[in-house]
Every structure is written in structure tokens, then in C-alpha cells.
Design a protein around this ligand. Structure first.
Ligand code: TYD
Length: 222
């Protein structure tokens, strides 16, 4: 059985990633594909506990290296429990964030650098790499405004505060944004950059085009 396709979605908080993931999943389902949809951090029972620890604004401070290790602990669990079994069974996996997020947020944002992230990736994830990464990168200003609005809404609706990341300063997000761009420039084959302030439909079209192309290329190879 040929391995399934591993697709990841990346972008800043507020880049419209979640909406695009839902649209992509619906598009796939309509075409008879049965994708496995997951997210990081989270996506497994253990991962959800790690996620709560990481994203709860009330939690005690987490050292950048501890944060990095927790991201990879979550990833290790997801790979064993969800991602590898699905890919081995020939299923397409669509994952909301993967190692590029760690490189952008911990490597760029927290200034740990790319090298340590790459090394951890090799240790924890081995050869596993996305076949295709869709990187949504609206302008920094638009991303920040959306993240802020969403965070205000979540706090009002649920009384919970997942804002540890959203509270970070603008320079933090700027570093994340720049690191994402750097990744896209470094790996143009894998990373499809969806730039600019596009409408939901426009971004969806670009995503569908990239996914269709990659699927056809893989089919031609096998
Ligand atoms: P989430 O609410 O899932 O944000 P979004 O809907 O924008 O994906 O929160 C995930 C947060 O975790 C987000 O701010 C990015 C951060 N993160 C890292 O810092 N490093 C990582 O490796 C991953 C996977 C996420």
C-alpha cells in the first residue's frame, strides 16, 4: 500500500488557518477522500494535556527550552498514535501546525534559533517530513489584529484564557513571521506560500490548486 500524503498548515495566530483547514477537509471529503485531520499541540489525549499546560495564560512561567521540549513531546505522541498509523494505512493526514511552528515560534519568536529545532526534529521525528506545507502569511498587521479580536471573543465566551501566546509582544510575532518567511525561502518545493491579504475564497483556491498539483505529481510517480 502506498503511503498517504502528509499535509501541514502553518501560519501566525489569526492567519485564517483554521477556516482554511475546514474548507480543505470539506473539499477532500467531497472527492471521496477520507483525510485524518489533527492539530498540534493536541490531537491525542496526552497531547491535549500538554496543550492545556502550554496555552493556559494562568500557568506558571515555562522556560523557552521547556516549551520547546513540550512541543516535541506532544509531537512524539501524535506521530506514534495518529500520524504514522494513518500514513502507513495510505490515508492523507492534514495537520494544523507541525515542526515549522516550532521553528517559527520557539526558534524565531523565542530566539532559540533554527539549529536546536532541527536537531530535536531529527531526534524525535526521524525522517518524517510533510510532503506539502501550506503557509498562510497575511501581512503582520492583519494577523495581529485578527488574533487580538479572536482572543477577546474566546475570553468573553468561555471565560477561559488561552492567550499566553497572543499576549506576546509585537516583536515576538515579527520574529515568528520572519522565520516563517525564511523557511518558505529555504524550502520552496515543500512550502507553498500563500501571501497577502486574500479573501477566504482566494486563499482556498490557492490551497486547492497546490494540493491537487501535489496529488497528481505523486500519482504520476507511483
Ligand atoms: P492554537 O490555539 O492552536 O492557535 P492557532 O489556532 O493559531 O493554531 O494555539 C497554538 C499556539 O501554539 C500558537 O500560538 C502557536 C503555538 N505553537 C508553538 O509555539 N510551537 C509549536 O511547535 C506549535 C505546534 C504551536
Amino acid at each position: 500500500m502506498p503511503r498517504g500524503l502528509f499535509i501541514t498548515l502553518e501560519g501566525l495566530d489569526g492567519s485564517g488557518k483554521t477556516t482554511q483547514l475546514q474548507r480543505l477537509a470539506a473539499w477532500m471529503q467531497k472527492r471521496g477522500m477520507d483525510p485524518v485531520i489533527t492539530r498540534q499541540p493536541g490531537g491525542t489525549a496526552t497531547g491535549d494535556r500538554i496543550r492545556a499546560l502550554l496555552l493556559d495564560a494562568g500557568s506558571t512561567p515555562i522556560a523557552p527550552m521547556a516549551e520547546l521540549a513540550l512541543m516535541f513531546a506532544d509531537r512524539a505522541q501524535a506521530i506514534q498514535e495518529v500520524i504514522e498509523p494513518a500514513l502507513a494505512a495510505g490515508k492523507t493526514v492534514v495537520c494544523d501546525r507541525f515542526t515549522d511552528s516550532t521553528e517559527a515560534y520557539q526558534g524565531g519568536g523565542r530566539q532559540l534559533g533554527s539549529e536546536v529545532v532541527t536537531q530535536m526534529h531529527t531526534l524525535i521525528c526521524g525522517e518524517l517530513k510533510p510532503d506539502l506545507t501550506l503557509l498562510l502569511l497575511p501581512s503582520l498587521e492583519a494577523s495581529l489584529a485578527r488574533a487580538r479580536r479572536r482572543n477577546d471573543r474566546t475570553t468573553q465566551e468561555t471565560g477561559t484564557n488561552e492567550s499566553r501566546f497572543e499576549q506576546e509582544k509585537k516583536d515576538f510575532y515579527k520574529r515568528v513571521w520572519q522565520k516563517y518567511r525564511e523557511i518558505a525561502e529555504r524550502e520552496p518545493e515543500r512550502v507553498i506560500l500563500i501571501e497577502g491579504n486574500l479573501t477566504i475564497d482566494e486563499a482556498h483556491e490557492q490551497i486547492i490548486e497546490a494540493v491537487s498539483e501535489r496529488m497528481m505529481a505523486l500519482r504520476a510517480k507511483s
